[in-house]
Design a protein around this ligand. Structure first.
Ligand code: URA
Length: 225
């Protein structure tokens, strides 16, 4: 359609004439449908409420087919501190809320017991908003489709400190391929905030001995707040 509007009437007639000729030879054609809108056509709202509505109606990647609920993120819309995980697990998918399973219980303890904050004081979100089946790591196509949403959440909430939970979150936020054991505890300049990568709470549940390092990372966060 767009192509035809750009063409002069004469060109259109010539093209139709050719199509008629092909059809008389027995060719058929189908109308190509645009399933994936071009990036430039997607407008991203500038308020959390509007953004949430957009994300709830998102069908940009195949995770929309298997999700029960979109997990947009939650917390203080003016939080100084933002935690960014990888993507929802089964509990999060069921409830439509981030970090509400076992990893979430640990994250909440870290917020309350180490940072002396309430969970409601901070903002919690994920790189991808829909659960990857079987809790697999989100693939680049999924993360890249979803990234404009987390970038907009960061822009709107405008935190002073962002904690990337785990290597996947850190990698998709920064593009840096270094593993989490290399980068954890570093204080990096990121957008208008400090970014501190640390271990993912799920990893800490499986590797208790790393809790000590995560504790030290959180002390750095506390000192910066
Ligand atoms: N793991 C994540 O990365 N995010 C959640 O919301 C839950 C578990």
């Amino acid at each position: 359609m767009a192509i035809i509007t750009l063409m002069s009437k004469l060109e259109t007639l010539k093209m139709l004439q050719e199509l008629y000729i092909y059809r008389s030879f027995g060719f058929t054609y189908y109308k190509k449908r645009e399933i994936m809108p071009q990036k430039s056509n997607i407008s991203i709202p500038n308020s959390l409420d509007e953004l949430k509505k957009s994300v709830h109606g998102c069908f940009l990647c195949t995770l929309c087919k298997t999700r029960k609920n979109v997990v947009f993120g939650e917390g203080n819309p003016h939080a100084k501190l933002m935690f960014i995980g990888e993507g929802p697990g089964a509990c999060e998918d069921a409830q439509g809320r981030p970090f509400v399973g076992n990893a979430g219980i640990l994250l909440t303890k870290m917020i309350e017991n180490v940072l002396n904050l309430k969970r409601n004081d901070v903002y919690i979100a994920n790189i991808v908003k829909c659960r990857p089946p079987g809790n697999r790591v989100p693939i680049p196509e999924e993360a890249n489709m979803c990234k404009p949403y987390i970038f907009k959440q960061i822009e709107i909430v405008s935190p002073q400190i962002i904690v990337a939970l785990g290597g996947t979150s850190y990698h998709y936020l920064t593009g840096d391929d270094r593993g989490i054991t290399k980068v954890r505890g570093e204080i990096l300049e990121y957008k208008n905030a400090k970014l501190i990568p640390t271990f993912h709470p799920s990893y800490l549940l499986r590797n208790e001995s790393c809790k000590k390092e995560a504790y030290h990372d959180l002390l750095k966060v506390k000192a910066l707040l």
